[in-house]
Ligand binder design. Structure first.
Ligand code: AGP
Length: 594
């Protein structure tokens, strides 16, 4: 899940490639590098570390050329180092790569037996030398055909050739690649955020396709080398959305943006997707929701809300497990997949398995025209603009809102009364305003963060709809602060976890006003009686507990409102610990490997 970017045109490629890398850095930030076709051939600058280090290096080692490729890395094969940083070069070719070559070892052994030598531990260099070996024997197009037959895995490559200055070749097989074009240039990137500043005209590559661009000219081919026509699309996002907008971090901007993003999610959808889902969506058979990480946690809220509305149960599965379990799916089943990036490998695979089983598939995605969006039978876009910070926040609340509206849609098709549906429509319509009011009246989250940021362990507990909110709250704290945080259904604490409680192991209790709150409060008393510290997230105070006071709302709306202090608490604690809140260590925004 690296970020790759390419440019060929009339301008100096370096600033354009660096701006693209900055936009793609959330995909991985272990190393960065650039290769430019200069007057004296291809020149490469690469190093371990972030894009800004590369920018600093290029100040003392200026490169100029109208064509180049660049890369920001999330290490898979070979540890983060300058040696394993992209781009790589072999003879006249240079390459950047996003993805994994599964059969790299056998291909490498074959090449070594042919006398080739390697300088890195990466699968990418294996692909480059394999390409060169085929090109030497067969020429470009046939080499691409043979290479894509030989390599197993998911990958996108960008190549430049010293013998053909200003020409870029790009190959897509499994991972995202989007091409931008304006009057005198062609841009290529892992996602549209890297193109937004330069053009609104985009071509979305399909698997099994490659392109050749030179200056402003652009041609597309299939892997057999046959020329193909592709139509361009107008990019709907605007560059400002991909900026920080005056906030210190993208994360804080995206947390504070949620009232607006929820309005955008709901705009034109209180008719419960009449325009987007023209056919009946309620399945005769089972409903399965599958996703990863925060998107999975959003699906957990759907399970509770849909069950409350209809009495029916929904199966919610981690996509990384779902893809290996033989579910009894058929044409009566509805499989809902959720993905902010639309490129998460496990979710994509789960979707293709559901499709192969004949299930009706619906994708809820943010990234426009992403693979998952294009694969599913139906798709609902979040319409919330790009989410740049690696930790997902506005996409979470957007996913929950779409799932709640979807629950109303299916419930309506199953015969739930119009009156009941209208009550919920009205309640959901009030959510953005409740969030706006809460976010503009926060008082003590920073001081609470200052009190707790040195703790090494946390429990997050909840009951009913409060439980999935606890799960997401724990994930946010883990990924942003690197502090161990575990979420539990509060009733489970006495079956083991309570043995860990002491006054160094605080518990954050999510306590909206639902029917389980009374028993949750007794669970809290059990923890307090073992000297456990409690931070309560509730509209009701409890003696001996710290509290982040919440507005009095219907408890079913708590995934939208109670998540706000949990997101902010994680933000402030991560800040106090000096962590990189937008790019936490070891993570990437779109996980395109298994
Ligand atoms: C959440 O903050 C993380 N970035 C991660 O868990 C993420 O939710 C997961 O990788 C799924 O991503 P997706 O929604 O883009 O598929």
């Amino acid at each position: 899940m690296c970020g790759i970017v390419g440019y060929t045109g009339k301008k100096n490629a370096v600033p354009i490639l660096l701006s693209g890398l900055r936009k793609l850095e959330y995909r991985g930030y272990d190393s960065a590098g650039i290769a430019v076709s200069t007057e004296i051939g291809i020149k490469i600058v690469k190093l371990k570390g972030k894009v800004r280090k590369l920018e600093d290096k290029l100040l003392s080692y200026p490169l100029i050329g109208n064509c180049g490729i660049a890369h920001t890395r999330w290490a898979t094969h070979g540890k983060p180092s300058a040696k394993n940083a992209h781009p790589f070069r072999y003879k006249n070719f240079s390459i950047v790569h996003n993805g994994i070559i599964e059969n790299w070892k056998s291909v490498k052994d074959e090449l070594i037996s042919l006398g080739y030598k390697f300088t890195s531990d990466t699968d990418t260099e294996v692909a480059l030398i394999c390409f060169y070996d085929l090109y030497k024997k067969l020429g470009i197009n046939a080499a691409i055909t043979k290479l894509t037959e030989k390599l197993k895995g998911r990958y996108t490559f960008l190549f430049i050739d010293e013998n053909k200055p200003n020409e870029i070749i790009g190959i897509k097989s499994g991972n995202p690649l989007v091409i931008g074009q304006n009057s005198d240039a062609v841009f290529a990137a892992s996602d549209i955020t890297a193109l937004l500043s330069f053009t609104k005209k985009a071509y979305f590559m399909e698997d099994g396709q490659f392109f050749v661009a030179k200056g402003g000219s652009l041609k597309f081919y299939d892997f057999a080398g046959k020329k193909i026509e592709k139509s361009s699309e107008e990019i709907k996002w605007d560059v400002k959305e991909a900026e920080r907008g005056g906030y210190k971090h993208y994360l804080l901007k995206e947390i504070m943006e949620q009232p607006d993003s929820l309005n955008r999610v709901m705009s034109g959808r209180l008719n419960l997707f009449d325009d987007e889902l023209r056919e009946s969506i309620a399945p005769k058979g089972r409903i399965i929701c599958t996703a990863c990480g925060t998107s999975f946690n959003a699906a957990l809220c759907f399970k509770y809300f849909f069950n409350m509305l209809t009495g029916r149960s929904v199966t919610v599965e981690n996509a990384s497990e779902f893809r290996y379990q033989p579910f009894d799916l058929d044409s009566d089943s509805l499989v809902i997949v959720l993905s902010q990036s639309g490129e998460t490998s496990d979710t994509k695979e789960a979707l293709s398995i559901a499709k192969m089983a004949g299930a009706n598939t619906l994708a809820i995605v943010n990234s426009w025209e992403s693979s998952i969006a294009r694969m599913a039978d139906n798709r609902i876009y979040m319409n919330i603009g790009p989410e740049i910070s690696v930790a997902s926040t506005k996409a979470y609340s957007a996913e929950v809102m779409i799932l709640y509206l979807l629950a109303l849609r299916i419930a309506g098709e199953m015969g739930v009364s119009k009156e009941k549906l209208q009550i919920w429509r009205d309640r959901l319509s009030s959510v953005p305003e409740i969030c706006t009011h809460y976010l503009s009246n926060i008082t003590n989250i920073e001081s609470i963060a200052r009190k707790y940021y040195k703790n090494k362990n946390f429990f997050f507990i909840g009951r009913g709809i409060g439980y999935p909110v606890a799960v997401e709250g724990a994930l946010k704290l883990k990924e942003l602060s690197y502090i161990h945080a575990e979420s539990y259904a509060a009733g489970e604490m006495k079956h083991g976890p309570i043995s860990l409680i002491d006054n160094d192991f605080p518990t954050i209790a999510i306590a909206p006003d639902n029917k389980q709150r009374a028993v949750l409060f007794s669970n809290i008393e059990e923890i307090k009686s073992r000297m456990g510290q409690i931070l309560l997230i509730s509209d009701k105070k409890l003696e001996g507990c710290d509290i982040l006071i919440m507005p009095e709302i219907d408890s079913w709306l708590s995934p939208f409102v109670y998540i706000l202090p949990l997101q902010l608490l994680s933000y402030y604690i991560a800040n106090l610990l000096g962590n990189d809140v937008d790019q936490p260590r070891n993570l990437a925004k779109s996980v395109t490997v298994e």
